[in-house]
Design a protein around this ligand. Structure first.
Ligand SMILES: *Cc1c(COP(=O)(O)O)cnc(C)c1O
Length: 388
């Protein structure tokens, strides 16, 4: 017989999932309502309203799709692209690559603009591509590139996209609830996110928000959306006034999202952003004080995801194994071309606490010293504490 499930306690400081607040965990054990129960319909209204506030938008079509962040990505491209449509995608990390892959699978013709993994995209290069290809109808970028720790400024690219009559699409999976996304202010036409990064709910829902330009594009489609499951024209009827059955909403995950959003606004959005900014900076100061190099230039660093270069002579896997076995701390390794080159340390949502910053820096100091690195005793935690 299998014994009852009892995983070891962990502190999730990787690129996601992040630790889930006890109140959100509690919501997952609440008995289910039916997905068309009037009380559940009220919960859906709360979720849509709170999501609009979190995204910074008045977009009516702001709903959580069933599935993880990648389902949000597929939703946007599947609904807004038709075979043969030309799209410009900024690729400066794994998730930009994934967008290009998804767009191609939707039949899109993709032009990629690349930047080094760790840099931001060049607006000049995007502008040149738009000049050279007047048939491009969409520009897509990643706001918070979780594979590198880069924050991409949005406003310039948004203006550029609109001056060429393009939709502006943004991946906000790691930014939502960590840094301001401000969909309306940034002129974002379609945006998607996930529940398991800075919103600190379990993985399983992908909030999306589409504005009027995106809806127009959907209305003009000549072909049906290839994905039945992600077809927003039908999902809209369930989340909108008709409330007609499409697929069974993941009830418990919607409970969790509602509670995660409620906690976000109980603390206050601005306070949440400040907490991420302050603690991200403290962590980064601490790491640099220990003599470690950060992978991203200071002005483009995300507070919620810090990429640290693995020092010469230090073994990637040994450090991560010791963090997990000795301290219960999970961090991420590098992806793609950054595998073995960086560690990725997340401070997302409920994981973003002074305790975690101090514990992580102290643990790292012990582990790195045992591996032969010279680090003056306590410099990391001290620098972090000083900046707190
Ligand atoms: C995590 C992530 C995704 C994918 O989300 P999943 O929940 O893993 O499907 C997409 N984009 C970015 C920027 C991410 O960080």
């Amino acid at each position: 017989m299998l014994r009852a499930l009892k995983p070891s306690p962990r502190i999730l400081m990787g690129p996601g999932p992040s630790d889930v607040h006890p109140e959100v965990l509690r919501s997952l054990s609440i008995p289910l309502l039916g997905h068309l129960d009037p009380e559940f319909l009220e919960i859906m209204n709360d979720i849509m309203e709170l999501l609009r506030q979190a995204f910074g938008t008045e977009n009516l079509l702001t709903v959580p799709m069933s599935g993880t962040g990648s389902a949000g990505m597929e939703t946007v491209f599947a609904n807004l692209l038709e075979p043969g449509d030309h799209v410009l995608i900024g690729v400066n990390g794994l998730f930009g690559q994934r967008m290009a892959d998804v767009a191609r699978r939707c039949g899109g013709i993709v032009t990629e603009i690349h930047a080094d993994w760790g840099d931001t995209l060049s607006e000049d290069e995007l502008a040149a591509a738009l000049e050279a290809n007047p048939d491009i109808g969409m520009v897509a970028v990643v706001h918070a590139e979780t594979s590198t720790g880069v924050q991409q400024p949005l406003k310039g690219i948004s203006d550029l996209a609109h001056s060429h009559d393009c939709l502006f699409v943004v991946d906000a999976v790691t930014s939502l609830g960590g840094i301001p996304v401000d969909v309306d202010q940034h002129g974002v036409d379609a945006c998607y996110s996930g529940t398991q990064k800075c919103l600190s709910a379990p993985p399983g829902l992908a909030p999306v928000s589409l504005g009027y330009r995106a809806l127009e594009r959907m209305d003009q489609r000549k072909t049906p959306v290839q994905s039945w499951y992600l077809d927003l024209s039908m999902i809209r009827s369930y989340w909108g006034s008709e409330r007609s059955y499409h697929h069974t909403a993941p009830i418990s995950m919607n409970y969790a999202l509602r509670e995660a959003l409620r906690l976000l606004f109980e603390e206050g959005l601005d306070n949440v952003y400040q907490r991420h900014a302050r603690l991200g900076k403290a962590l980064q100061n601490g790491l640099e004080a220990m003599g470690l190099d950060l992978h991203v230039a200071e002005k483009h660093r995300l507070p919620q995801l810090t990429s640290v270069r693995i020092p010469k002579g230090i073994d990637d896997m040994t450090v991560r194994r010791e963090l997990l076995a000795g301290f219960g701390i999970e961090i991420g390794g590098g992806l793609g071309e950054l595998k073995g080159v960086i560690w990725r340390v997340g401070l997302m949502g409920h994981s973003c606490s002074p305790n975690n910053v101090m514990l992580f820096l102290s643990a790292m100091e012990q582990i790195l010293r045992r591996q032969g690195m010279t680090i003056p005793e306590g410099v990391g935690p001290q620098a972090a504490w000083a900046s707190l």
